[in-house]
Write a protein that binds this ligand. Structure first.
Ligand code: URA
Length: 421
């Protein structure tokens, strides 16, 4: 095989064979295909796309580059959720113990935040003592004992994707539906879950800005999962405004705990229940997640899950040292609060990181005093910015300069736009 031939074939719009794809991904992982050759191929894929057979072969090649976990010996059926990433998305924190409380085993391998979208591991690490870097044997023990575990994907899962994602990140080739689908699904299939629900976000705070491209991504991922024998379905959900009323790390944990206690913002509750119903149905479990949330069973699993991973569920969460309010400019109805801008502000306040190795500030973030559709009063707090370093306030406020509108044309996306699979 010759990398230049493979690149030229894709450049000219031809379909690559399974053998060409398997060889290219493997040779890249071994260092035989050079970074510049792989970046040229990725750019050709961005322009030319891939067929269903090509995406399947690409996913399979990345999956084969590492280990594949197997939980088929567990007494409970396994099911998992993956979100394509959003702002204020703390759903995993509630959903994982909730679905476990209904009888499933939920092996949730999560990531850290990069850029304006937060990461579940960063959020949970705000809990004193909590650790997400579990060895495979510890992960299996927590999953078997508690039914739920949230931990970091080890370096052995789809290592080709790890390397390729870093390359795509610096070559303008992240925004390709086949490459995103193969990247996400290779990691999810390596995780060994029997069923999978994808939460594909749509809107300013998401990768996919419009429903048509989100649907295409969802259909591509559902097809890959189905072809690999994993019961896979997807919901397309709104990310035009942040989810809930807290964006950051500790503040999102606090909001998730409110939901587990039976309260919390209605959009977080509604989306958690919609995803829980999909996961339970995919796992073949007839249970009512609303009852498990109301009756406290999900909270019990949360407390056991946090404790099993070294955390103290009763410890006070870290709080930011400094706060500054952003005031509503007028009295009326808030018609727009841009998810991406709020995510960027939280990131600039210290809740997120610019480089993989940067630390995050657990207390930093943004609190929302109104959501689109709610009334606001001129001069009253609309948002509260939280940080440990007051020098960060101005840059965060700049990100929010055009982020909201009072009595504008409005028009929010419905929370659940569509379902695939
Ligand atoms: N998330 C991933 O894991 N991979 C992508 O390509 C994009 C988002």
């Amino acid at each position: 095989m010759d990398a230049v031939e493979v690149i030229a074939a894709k450049r000219d719009g031809r379909e690559l064979t399974g053998a060409q794809i398997a060889w290219t991904v493997d040779a890249y992982t071994r260092g035989e295909v050079a970074e510049e050759q792989m970046s040229a191929l990725c750019m050709a894929v961005v322009w030319r796309g891939m067929t269903r057979a090509e995406v399947g072969a690409w996913t399979e090649a990345m999956l084969r580059s590492g280990e594949r976990l197997d939980f088929s010996d567990l007494a409970r059926p396994t099911t998992d959720k993956h979100s394509t990433g959003g702002v204020g998305d703390k759903i995993t924190l509630v959903l994982t113990p909730l679905v476990a409380a209904c009888g499933a085993a939920v092996p949730q391998l999560s990531g850290r935040g990069l850029g304006h979208t937060g990461g579940t591991l960063d959020k949970l690490e705000a809990i004193p003592g909590w650790r997400g870097d579990l060895a495979p044997a510890d992960m299996r023990r927590v999953l078997a004992d508690v039914g739920a575990v949230v931990c970091a994907a080890g370096p052995g899962l789809a290592p080709a994707d790890r390397r390729l994602y870093a390359l795509r990140d610096v070559t303008g080739t992240v925004e390709s539906i086949p490459l995103i689908a193969a990247s996400i699904m290779s990691k999810k299939l390596a995780e060994g879950t029997a069923s999978l629900v994808l939460d594909v976000k749509v809107g300013s705070g998401a990768f996919m800005k419009d429903p048509a491209s989100a649907r295409e991504l969802a259909e591509t991922m559902v097809a890959i999962g189905t072809d690999h024998g994993v019961r896979t379905r997807a919901l397309l959900t709104a990310m035009d405004a942040p989810l809930g009323r807290a964006v950051g790390n500790a503040v999102e944990v606090a909001e998730a705990v409110e939901v587990l206690a039976g309260g919390g913002p209605s959009d977080v509750v509604e989306l958690t229940l919609a995803l829980a119903r999909e996961m339970l149905e995919a796992a073949g479990i007839a249970a009512d997640p609303a009852a498990a949330l109301r009756g406290g069973a999900a909270m019990d699993v949360w407390r056991r899950m946090v404790a099993a991973q070294g955390g103290d569920p009763d410890a006070p969460l870290p709080a930011a040292a400094e706060r500054r309010d952003i005031l509503a400019p007028a009295t009326g109805t808030l018609t727009r609060l841009d998810a991406r801008a709020v995510g960027v502000a939280a990131w600039r306040l210290g809740a997120g990181r610019a480089r993989k190795e940067d630390p995050v500030s657990p207390g930093a973030g943004v609190l929302l005093h109104a959501k689109p559709g709610e009334p606001v009063r001129a001069g009253r707090p609309l948002l509260t910015l939280l940080t440990d370093e007051p020098a960060r306030f101005d840059r965060a406020a700049e990100a929010l300069a055009d982020a909201f509108e009072v009595d504008g044309p409005g028009g929010r996306l419905p929370l659940v736009l569509d379902r695939v699979g």
